[in-house]
Design a protein around this ligand. Structure first.
Ligand code: SD4
Length: 331
C-alpha cells in the first residue's frame, strides 16, 4: 500500500534515469554547509555518522577542527564506538553470533580511493584500525577470519576478550528460544558508518560493526563490503548504511547513493532513491530496517530510512546535532 503510493508519487519510478523533473519532485531536506558570514567561500570540515553517536562525531571533530585529515578523523571517530562496551553492536561488548563468538566487520576508505576491510575478525577491539593496516600495509583489500587475526597480531594489535558479561547473559537468554528475528531499530541496528570532509576538501569513510546479533557463524553483512556498507569517492561524496546488511549488499547500497549524487542528486534525494530501490526489489516486504547517510563534496548531508527511528549525527563549525531521518514508511 505504502509502497505503491510512494512509487506512484515518485517521478523516479523504475526508470533509473534522473531528469530535471525528478530533481525537483521530492522535498529536499539536505543539510547545507553554511558559509562563514563575511568570509570568502572556504571548505568547512564536516563529520556525519549513522545514528546518534555524538561521542564519535565529537572525536572526529577534534581531529578535523585543528586541520587533521579526513582519514585520521574517521578512524578516530568510529574507534570511540568500538571501544564502548555499552554499544552492543560494535566492537567490545558486541553481541555474539549464535555460537557465542563476537565476530567483527569493518572497512575504511581514503580520499585516493584506497580501501581496506576485515571480515569476521575475532579478538581485537579495533577492527577499523586493522582494516586501515590492510589498506596501507598489504597489496590486498580484504582479509577474513583467522588470516585477519594473524595479520592483526603481526601488526602489533593486542588480543582481547570482546564478550562482555552483559552480552553473554543476553546470548544465554536468547539460546532458550534460539529464534533469529531482527527487531527494527532495537536489537542490532547500531552499526556506525561515518563520512568526513576535512579542511583541505578531502573525504574519507569508515564503517564498523559486530553485525546482526546471533547470526550464523561465518556470516558477513554489508558493513565491511566496499560499496555496500560504505563508499567514498573524493570527487563526489560518500555514503554509509546501517540495518539488515543482506538487503544493502543486494543493491550495493552505498555505491548506488554515491553514483546517484554523481548524477546530480543531493545527498537527501540520493538516500531516498536508494531506499526506494530496495523497497521496490522487496515487493512490499516491510519487516526490516535500513538507513543511509550521505555527505557530498560541498559538505551537504542527508539521510533516509525505511521505518521511523533512524537519525544521523552531524558535526561542523555550526554545531553538533542529531538530525532525525525521514522514512519511507510513516509509522
Ligand atoms: C549487518 N548492517 O551486519 C549490519 C548491521 C547493522 O546497525 O547495521 N546494524 O548487516
Amino acid at each position: 500500500m505504502h509502497r505503491r503510493k510512494f512509487l506512484r508519487n515518485s517521478s523516479l519510478g523504475s526508470a533509473g534515469l534522473l531528469g530535471a523533473t525528478a530533481l525537483t519532485a521530492c522535498k529536499d531536506t539536505t543539510v547545507q554547509n553554511q558559509p562563514i558570514a563575511g568570509s570568502p567561500p572556504q571548505i568547512k570540515p564536516v563529520a556525519v555518522c549513522t545514528w546518534d553517536f555524538g561521542n564519535a562525531t565529537g572525536k572526529a571533530w577534534s581531529v578535523l577542527e585543528p586541520g587533521g585529515s579526513a582519514l585520521d578523523a574517521v578512524e578516530a571517530g568510529v574507534m570511540v564506538e568500538e571501544a564502548d562496551p555499552n554499544n552492543q553492536t560494535v566492537g567490545l561488548g558486541g553481541r555474539p553470533d549464535r555460537d557465542g563468538h563476537v565476530t567483527l566487520d569493518a572497512c575504511i576508505m581514503d580520499p585516493e580511493g584506497h580501501c581496506g576491510s576485515v571480515m569476521a575478525l575475532e579478538g581485537f577491539v579495533h577492527p577499523v584500525s586493522v582494516a586501515r593496516k590492510v589498506m596501507e600495509e598489504t597489496p590486498h583489500v580484504i582479509l577474513v577470519g583467522e588470516g585477519a587475526a594473524q595479520f592483526a597480531l603481526e601488526q602489533g594489535f593486542e588480543q582481547a576478550n570482546l564478550l562482555t558479561e552483559a552480552s553473554r547473559l543476553e546470548w544465554e537468554e536468547w539460546k532458550k528460544e534460539a529464534e533469529y528475528k531482527p527487531i527494527i531499530n532495537i536489537e542490532n541496528h547500531d552499526t556506525i558508518g561515518m563520512i568526513t570532509l576535512d579542511a583541505n576538501g578531502r573525504m574519507a569513510g569508515a564503517c564498523t560493526t559486530s553485525g546482526m546479533a546471533y547470526k550464523m557463524r561465518g556470516r558477513v553483512g554489508d558493513s565491511p563490503v566496499i560499496g555496500a556498507g560504505l563508499y567514498v569517492d573524493d570527487e563526489i561524496g560518500g555514503a554509509a548504511a546501517t540495518g539488515v546488511g543482506e538487503e544493502v549488499v543486494r543493491m550495493v547500497g552505498s555505491f548506488l547513493i554515491v553514483e546517484l549524487m554523481r548524477q546530480g542528486l543531493s545527498p537527501q534525494q540520493a538516500c531516498e532513491e536508494g531506499v526506494r530501490r530496495i523497497m521496490k526489489r522487496n515487493q512490499g516486504r516491510t519487516d526490516f530496517q535500513i538507513g543511509f547517510v550521505a555527505l557530498n563534496k560541498k559538505g551537504e548531508s542527508g539521510a533516509f530510512c525505511i521505518h521511523p527511528g533512524f537519525s544521523y549525527r552531524r558535526y561542523d563549525s555550526d554545531g553538533h546535532r542529531n538530525v532525525p531521518s525521514e522514512s519511507y514508511l510513516k509509522s
